[in-house]
Design a protein around this ligand. Structure first.
Ligand SMILES: Cc1ncc(C[n+]2csc(CCOP(=O)(O)OP(=O)(O)O)c2C)c(N)n1
Ligand SMILES: [Mg+2]
Length: 584
């Protein structure tokens, strides 16, 4: 008998739902799922009871399904493994939608189990019943409606195929969300009944002994050689699959073979593995390319792109203008060229691509020019920021980025903070993983995703704006259950600082109300209500000790207050001025 139900067999066999719940949960476990996020509700009861019996998968319970789904997303991003997400019937599942979209856009594996009422109760106002079929439209990799558990052996046996397959489809070849709609009728808790003995085999481990986590299919590649010219740029962009030191070593090998320059996005493993690379990583490409003469003079012959293009409009404009031959390396089956460059796709790993590369020689002089410019920009930014207003957001960001302890991984929210990270997060050897919701760029679910990432790692530091934070304060409910640490650096410029950079900022009649959206929430009181630690930072001199409690489980808010209008004005001149003064 399956070890963890020994002695509970009568309960498991007491009705079809109870047995169905046990089989489904046991199959999740056998298929390699280790984390499950559940939200309270009645219809999913058979799954919850089955989950409570086992202790090999960690089960989290989150009230708000939107937060729950984002937390599952964070867990999946940080672990690289499929996370199961369970809710009751009705609107509950609809709250998963934004996280499902983000999971779809970033190839993040989620298995969504939406409990439902049985078909005969649909369409007649029987209560908490909506149409849950294909609830997430085109954003899922696979959908299946399960049969209502019954006294037919078939409704149980089919799970042996469906559940491992659902987990497999979620994990690859293009990872992403999968929905199983689970209609359940009759008694939802174990009772005094007894199912026929024909069901007994489902209680024995032998029935499941051949089921194992399935490896994602490898996309086949040819082994012909790829000839590259001397002068090229590798854009190591925003990556969505779990990457770390290994991919950096592979990228460094590609650089060693070609001698090419690497533009390193902050959203990837590149900038926290500096010593892996022999050449200096280029992080200030946005500023350098603002200088038109330099942009023209340093036109390369070829581009290799890994992951999504960095946000920099200047970089994108430069690529579009120059119409360079481009190779995109991506084995996640993603479409990654918004510029219509007619790129060649290589559906393989960086490692297998670089093994095939041959070159006509290296142009090290070209590579050195980029490195010289990188050093110059960083030096000038350093001295400019020292004389900038002590309340300048970028100055706080830069200092705080440097101070984040090595023991924490990093989550970067959308808004100005991601621009700050692009500009001021310089390469280190801290080996920190970077997380972000850049698939759909939503400001929703930020806190919950970061909580999920913290739960699946050694602890996380989230950098977020105030509106992104306030959008998901329900996530704070999880603070009481956390055994890991999350520091939240809350850059509070009272509203949407990012909109200050759009032409609409000049329209004083509408700007503050509809875009700036200033808020006066008393953050300290909010934190107190949830029992979350709080500290406020007024100037850069006060950040020395702000990460002192990273060994303590739960959430710590580090509240930084700034002024978005002054900030925008300063940023506009800063990088243009630096770029203008650059020379080759
Ligand atoms: C779900 C969702 N709603 C709206 C937006 C549009 N949006 C982008 S940034 C932003 C404001 C962000 O403000 P904040 O988090 O304070 O960051 P700041 O821009 O001030 O740095 C909004 C509303 C979005 N990206 N996602
Ligand atoms: Mg803001």
């Amino acid at each position: 008998m399956v070890e963890y139900i020994r002695g509970k067999d009568a309960e498991v066999l007491s009705n079809p739902n109870s047995l169905w719940g046990f089989i489904l949960v046991h199959l999740l476990l056998k298929s390699g799922v280790t984390e499950v996020v559940v939200s309270p509700g009645s219809r999913s009861t058979p799954l919850v009871i089955a989950l409570e019996r086992q202790d090999q998968m960690r089960v989290h319970c989150v009230l708000d399904e939107r937060s729950a789904a984002f937390m599952a997303l964070g867990l999946a991003k940080a672990s690289g493994n499929c996370v199961a997400l369970i809710c009751t019937s009705g609107t509950a599942g609809a709250n998963f939608y934004p996280a499902v979209i983000e999971a779809s856009e970033t190839n993040t594996p989620l298995l969504v189990l939406t409990a439902d009422r049985p078909p005969e109760l649909h369409g007649s106002h029987s209560g908490q019943t909506i149409d849950q079929q294909k609830l997430f439209g085109g954003y899922i990799r696979w959908y299946q409606e399960l049969a209502v558990p019954s006294k037919s052996n078939r409704t149980m046996a089919v799970l042996l195929e469906t559940i491992p397959y659902a987990v497999e489809r979620s994990n690859g070849p293009q990872a992403g969300p999968v929905q199983l709609n689970c209609p359940l009728g009759g008694a939802l808790i174990p009772g005094n009944g007894k199912l026929d003995d024909k069901f007994l085999p489902f209680l024995y481990e032998e029935t499941y002994s051949q089921i194992a986590p399935r490896k994602s299919m490898q996309i086949s590649v040819d082994d012909s050689s790829i000839k590259l010219p001397q002068k090229g740029i590798i854009i190591a962009g925003t990556v969505f699959s779990k990457m770390g030191k290994k991919e950096c070593v592979d990228l460094a090998n590609l650089q060693n073979v070609t001698g090419w320059t690497i533009f390193a996005d902050v959203m990837g493993p590149w900038r926290s593995n500096k010593n892996t690379f022999k050449q200096k990583l280029i992080t200030q490409f946005d500023c350098i390319l603002r200088n038109e003469n330099i942009a023209k003079a340093l036109k390369p012959e070829f581009i290799i792109q890994i992951g999504q293009l960095p946000t920099s409009k200047t970089l994108r404009g430069w690529l579009e203008q120059n119409k360079l031959p481009t190779a995109i390396i991506d084995n996640g089956a993603m479409s990654l060229d918004p510029l219509g460059r007619a790129a060649t796709y290589y559906r393989e790993s960086i490692q297998s691509f670089s093994r095939r590369v041959t070159t006509t020689g290296k142009d090290l002089d070209y590579a050195q020019k980029w490195q010289g410019l990188e050093s110059e920009v960083i030096e000038v930014v350093g001295s400019e920021l020292n004389s900038a207003s002590p309340a300048f957001e970028g100055r706080f960001s830069k200092e705080l980025f440097e101070k984040v302890p090595e023991s924490l991984d990093v989550f970067i929210a959308n808004g100005m903070i991601v621009r700050d990270a692009e500009s001021f997060w310089y390469p280190t050897n801290k080996k920190q993983a970077f997380y972000y919701n850049r698939g759909a760029n939503g400001i929703d679910g930020t806190l919950s995703t970061a909580i999920g990432a913290a739960l699946a790692s050694k602890g996380v530091c989230l950098f977020t704006g105030d509106l992104s934070f306030l959008h998901d304060t329900n996530g704070l409910l999880q603070a009481q259950n956390m055994s890991e640490h999350l520091s939240v650096v809350l850059m509070d410029n009272s509203g949407g600082g990012i909109f200050e950079h759009l032409p609409i900022a000049k329209r004083e009649d509408v700007f503050e109300r509809y875009f700036g959206f200033p808020q006066n929430v008393h953050i300290e009181t909010l934190c107190a209500a949830y029992g979350v630690r709080y500290q406020i930072i007024h100037s850069v001199d006060e950040i020395e000790n702000c990460f002192d409690d990273v060994e303590t489980p739960g959430i710590s808010i580090i509240h930084v207050t700034t002024n978005r209008r002054e900030d925008a004005a300063y940023r506009k001149v800063l990088f243009n001025r630096i770029a203008e003064n650059l020379t080759l």
